[in-house]
Ligand binder design. Structure first.
Ligand SMILES: Nc1nc2c(c(=O)[nH]1)N[C@H]1C(S)=C(S)[C@@H](COP(=O)(O)O)O[C@H]1N2
Ligand SMILES: [Mo]
Length: 202
């Protein structure tokens, strides 16, 4: 992965300088962080929905989701708790490819990401349309473990990692921004690691 020419089918998340954002410390490990318990997901009852301000609402069960075109993204992780993990290889489905299938209406400007157990996070739709944003079911060649988001997590490499919702189930497109779980609990709305947007300044 350190060669100058990565395989053509791997999307390189754009490198922002400095590679290590301010106030971060590099780790080789991959810590586990979340609110609440790891959900006990049953694939037989699992689905992923895209709804809200879309012309063609979408829903896939697990089997259908596995048939969507696959994509790979190489990116760094930056957690608000100050660890960064370089060179993660994510595999799954490009978020923008499935949002395109849903045909967002012109008024759709934000997304509320819904995960198991009521967890939510919010992002501008424009950021979710970047080609390095993935719905990932594999990391470094292995199926995600339950604690890291199996069966499916969002990966938004250019934001602090709390925006990368684990156990994702629904993408709701809306016309106005609505703070999600961590955003209501003191975290910054935008979460840009290079601007150190860690906490809301209230
Ligand atoms: N569903 C859900 N996703 C979540 C969270 C959560 O509480 N629930 N926490 C976020 C936070 S704060 C972080 S730092 C990352 C951690 O991901 P990891 O455990 O795979 O390192 O998951 C994010 N995704
Ligand atoms: Mo976090």
């Amino acid at each position: 992965m350190n060669s100058d020419k990565p395989p053509a089918d791997i999307v390189e998340s754009p490198r922002i300088e400095p590679r290590l954002p301010p106030g971060q410390v590099r780790t080789e490990k991959w810590p586990v962080l979340h609110h609440g318990l790891v959900p006990d997901v049953d694939l037989a009852g699992w689905d992923l929905t895209i709804d809200g301000l879309v012309a063609n609402g979408q829903r896939w069960n697990w089997e259908e989701f596995q048939k969507l075109p696959r994509a790979r993204v190489h990116s760094d992780i930056h957690c608000v708790t100050r660890w960064s993990r370089y060179d993660n290889l994510w595999e799954g489905v490009s978020l923008r490819s499935v949002i395109a299938l849903a045909a967002p209406k012109p008024e759709a400007r934000f997304a509320i990401i819904h995960a198991e157990q009521g967890f939510t996070t919010n992002l501008p739709l424009s950021e979710l349309l970047a080609d390095d944003v993935l719905l990932a079911d594999k990391h470094d060649g292995q199926a995600l473990t339950p604690e890291h988001g199996w069966p499916l997590r969002l990966v938004v490499p250019r934001r602090y990692f709390w925006k990368s919702a684990k156990w994702i189930r629904r993408i709701e497109l809306v016309d106005h921004d609505t703070p999600g779980f961590w955003e209501r609990n003191g975290y910054h709305n935008e979460a840009d690691p290079w601007r150190e947007e860690r906490f809301a300044d209230w």
